[in-house]
Structures are given as C-alpha cells and as structure tokens.
Write a protein that binds this ligand. Structure first.
Ligand code: ADP
Length: 503
C-alpha cells in the first residue's frame, strides 16, 4: 500500500499541495501564490496557465520534501468554486482568462434575467438550488462566448470545452484525456439540475451554451483518470474532487443530517448536511450538493457571511486599533462586555438571511464609556452574531435540531470568539486539531475511492478535538444580547430604507 494521499487545494489566491498519512496527519505541505488580475472595477480574472503551473510546482515541491519514490496512493482535488475556464479541445489553450467567482461583470445580464424572466428565475431556483447571481458560472461562460472572437462558433462546432477549476486540473493532469467534474462543482454552475443530476437544457438554451462544451459529471469520490507526472510518478489515480466548502464539510466528518460546519475566514461559510433531502430555503440560503462517499447525491444548505475575519483586518489596517489579529483575544477578554456598543459590519451590504445590498455598517449604543477594547470586542462579537443569524435560518429551513457546531478557518483559533459563539448558540462549539479541513476532505474523498481508507467510520477516528467550547452564559443575558443585536441590525437595514422614505 502506497503511503500518502495527495490533496490539491486550488484556492482563490494560492495553490497548495498537502500530503496526508492514514491518520490524517500532514506529512508535507507546499503553497504558492499566483497573480490576481483586475482588468476593470469589479472584474477579477486568473490566468488558467498560472493556476496549472502553480499547482504543478507545489506538487513537485511537496513530493521533494518527502524524498520518497512512488509513495502516492491517489490525488484528491478541492478548488475555488464557480470560477470559469473555457479552452480549445485540440490545443489545450484557454480562449480567455479564468473568470473568478468574485467577478461581477455579468451583473446586468443577471438583473435582466430576474426582471424580464421571473418564471425562468423561479425555475432556476427550483432546479439548481441557487438564486440567480453573477457569482455562478452560467453567465460567465455566456460572457466568454459573447465577447471572445469566434468563440461561439467554435463552441457550436464542438471545439471548445468548459470547466470549473477541478475540471481544468484533471484535464491537465491527464494530458487532455479526461473532461469531467464532480456533483458539488456542477451544483455551483447554475446549469445543473441538482435533483436529476443532469445539465438542464432549458437553462443552457437561455444562456446559449452548447451542451457539447460541458464536462461529464461524476460523484465526488471515484477514479476519474490517471495522472502521468513523469518523474513524479506514473498512473496515479485522481480519485476525489469537491468544491472547497463541500470538501471542508467532508473533512470535518459531517456525514449525517443536521451536522454543521462553519469556516471563519475572510467571510464565514456555513454548511449544514441535510442527507438525501434537498431542502428548499425560505430564508435566502442556497441548496447545494454535498460530497458523499458512496456515489449517491446528498445535499446541504449553505449560508455565507460576507464580512467576518475581514472586520478584524479592518481593525488592523483601516482603524489601526490592533497590530495582529491574534492579539484581539486578550483585548476582548480584558473587558466584561462591550459597554452597550453593538457593531454590524455590513461593509458591503448584508447577506443571509437579510439580503440587503444597500445596508451599511452600523455602530449602536455608543456612550462615553466605550473604550477601544469595547469597540474591538463589539467587532469580534459581530462575527458570532452573524453566524447565529445564519444558523437560526438553517435550523428553521431544515427543521433539524443542532447539537454541535464544528469550526475551522483562521479566526477559529480565537478562543474568545469560539466561547462567545457557544454562549450565543447554546450548543457545543468543537474545534478540531487539524483545521486544514478543506484539503483533508479532498484527500478523504480520493482515499475512499482507492481503498486507502475503508469507510467513513475509519475516517471519523481521525477527527480529533483540539477544544470544545461549552455554553455557559445565563439565558437572560443571552436574550438581552440577541435583542440588542436585532436592534442594531434593524438600524443597519433602516439606513438602506431612509433614502426611499425621505425622497
Ligand atoms: P481565508 O481562507 O478567507 O483567506 P483564513 O481561514 O486564512 O481566511 O483566515 C484568515 C482570517 O482570519 C483573517 O481575516 C484574519 O483577520 C482572521 N484571523 C486570523 N487569526 C485570528 C485570530 N487569532 N483571531 C481573530 N481573527 C483571526
């Protein structure tokens, strides 16, 4: 049995490669940033060749660190989701840069769809589980076909291929032999029927996307093809793929309905496993496919908070109130409370469950007693309050009770934040020892497909707790805080309405 599983973690700002052993320990890790391209305000692109070359270079680097030959049992891929690449089937040359998930260039086209085609918008929500948005791949593919010379014609004659980043990497790893994606990545294109697990012809027709461009869609854990890496190894099975958030859900061993993970990074991404039930949200959450080990479709509800760790960065780089993110823990613990101050960091509007792009940040309850420490604590608490709001919506939508919250991401290292989160939710917050859950999830998916791990029970044994935070706040205190937060949110939302009312 070969010794390690290789995870390729292709993120928005860097490509990483991590080699895991059977216990889920990290044995080698390499990372390389690549160039972000901003051709215009609101546009974001990557060079697909940079994505591939940086990923290849970290694979080499990680393998060199180990210095062992023929040691890789399989490759699992996890990737930035929705990012769109179109390339020529014969030459492998991209016809345009990758249009990144953050890119808003197709906002007008999506506005038009929502205004002029309400029935189709509802159809899209029903079939794909997504609210029509420029974030997803569909309108990005259409943009490339509409704006690159000859692209539509070439696509219609079957000469072009589309892929999300997983597809692009697998195509390159197999030297153009395999054109596939997995269910989770397909579920973020806004072209995929998450119930029948097929591309949806009606949506393809609306966007004028020829079906011949699309990859074959397969489960997240299966052998897609073999990577021939020359001196690095021959015929290594590529056996797992999942979008980053779904991979993290899997890496956290959330396999059963009601299990939830929250990633505290720049923003927060929360996913709740809902088993074989695709739960339709009433609260503005998305329905998406969860990665599963046995090839059948499983689902998750997803909610995101736009500003979480980003608010800590703002305290550091904008307000100059702190020098390093980790010091916030001691500062927050140095005061009893926020002296009545509440902050809603709605810097770019509010996401789930409020969905108001016009709301803006709000500070409420300021008195002369508010000092720097209270202000910093109010920012930190806002991350936990926003998470609470998403989780409340999820609980209501899924009609599932929640026993614990599994956490990961950079800001989950903050003990104050985790304790406050447990207090607000009234459930245990569990922080695992390995917070590289995204890469680990990809390794697990691949490892299960090639028999490196036997089953999910064996994987669960690897999941070890670093620390559990248990709720200890009195009920009245919690209710009082939640009330103050609601008032602050109402103020942030009222800010958006004021213009209308005073025109
Ligand atoms: P991303 O993957 O979105 O880049 P990470 O998971 O690497 O994010 O987390 C980085 C974020 O976490 C930053 O926004 C940073 O401000 C925040 N962060 C990191 N360490 C801490 C800490 N100890 N306390 C609070 N916030 C932290």
């Amino acid at each position: 049995m070969k010794k390690y599983m290789m995870a390729l973690d292709q993120g928005t700002t860097s490509s990483r490669c991590i080699l895991f052993d059977k216990m889920g320990n990290i044995r080698a890790k390499a990372q390389k940033e690549f160039t972000q391209i901003y051709p215009q305000e609101g546009w974001v692109e990557h060079n697909p060749k940079d994505i591939w070359s940086s990923q290849y270079s970290v694979m080499t680097e990680a393998l060199t660190m180990l210095g062992e030959d023929e040691c890789i049992a399989g490759i699992g891929i996890t990737n930035q989701r929705e990012t769109t690449i179109v390339w020529n089937k014969q030459t492998g040359e991209p016809v345009y840069n990758a249009i990144v998930w953050q890119c808003r260039r197709t906002a007008k086209e999506i506005d038009r769809l929502k205004e002029e085609e309400p029935a189709l918008s509802a159809y899209i929500m029903e079939k794909t589980g997504l609210l029509p948005d420029p974030y997803f791949s569909a309108s990005k593919i259409a943009w490339i076909l509409d704006h690159v010379e000859n692209a539509r014609q070439e696509a219609e004659t079957g000469n072009l291929l589309f892929g999300t980043v997983d597809t692009w990497l697998i195509w390159n790893l197999t030297r153009g032999k395999v054109h596939v994606t997995d269910y989770t990545n397909a579920s973020r294109t806004m072209l995929f029927d998450i119930h029948t697990l097929c591309w949806d012809q009606k949506i393809l027709d609306y966007f004028h996307i020829p079906a011949s461009m699309l990859p074959q869609v397969k489960p997240s854990s299966c052998v897609y093809g073999y990577a021939n890496l020359g001196s690095l190894g021959e015929s290594i099975p590529i056996a797992g793929a999942a979008g980053d958030q779904q991979a993290a859900l899997f890496g956290q061993c959330c396999f059963t309905p009601g299990e939830v993970k929250n990633t505290y990074g720049t923003g927060c991404f929360m996913l709740m496993h809902t088993g074989d039930r695709a739960v339709k949200s009433r609260a503005g959450l998305l329905t998406t496919i969860a990665a599963s080990a046995d090839g059948k479709a499983e689902y998750a509800l997803e909610g995101s908070v736009f500003v979480a760790g980003a608010a800590i960065q703002w305290l550091r780089d904008g307000m100059h109130l702190i020098e390093q993110a980790p010091q916030t823990q001691k500062i927050c613990e140095s005061v009893e409370d926020t002296a009545g101050t509440m902050i809603v960091p709605a810097f770019t509007g509010m996401g789930a469950p409020y969905w108001n792009p016009y709301a803006r940040g709000m500070v409420t309850g300021l008195t002369r007693g508010c000092q720097k420490e209270h202000f910093i604590r109010a920012i930190m608490e806002s991350i936990a309050f926003q998470t609470m709001d998403v989780l409340t919506a999820m609980r209501a939508d899924a009609e599932l009770s929640l026993l614990k919250l599994k956490v990961d991401g950079g800001a989950s290292a903050n003990d104050f934040l985790m304790q406050f989160q447990a207090d607000l939710l009234g459930v245990d917050v569990q922080r695992p020892r390995c917070i590289e859950t995204t890469a680990l999830g990809a390794a697990y998916l691949a490892g299960l497909a090639v028999g490196y791990w036997k089953d999910t029970e064996e994987i669960k044994e690897n999941w070890q707790i670093d620390r559990v935070f248990t709720a200890s706040m009195p009920q009245e205190k919690r209710q009082e805080l939640v009330r103050s937060w609601k008032r602050a949110v109402d103020c942030a939302l009222y800010y958006a309405k004021w213009e209308e009312e005073h025109d």
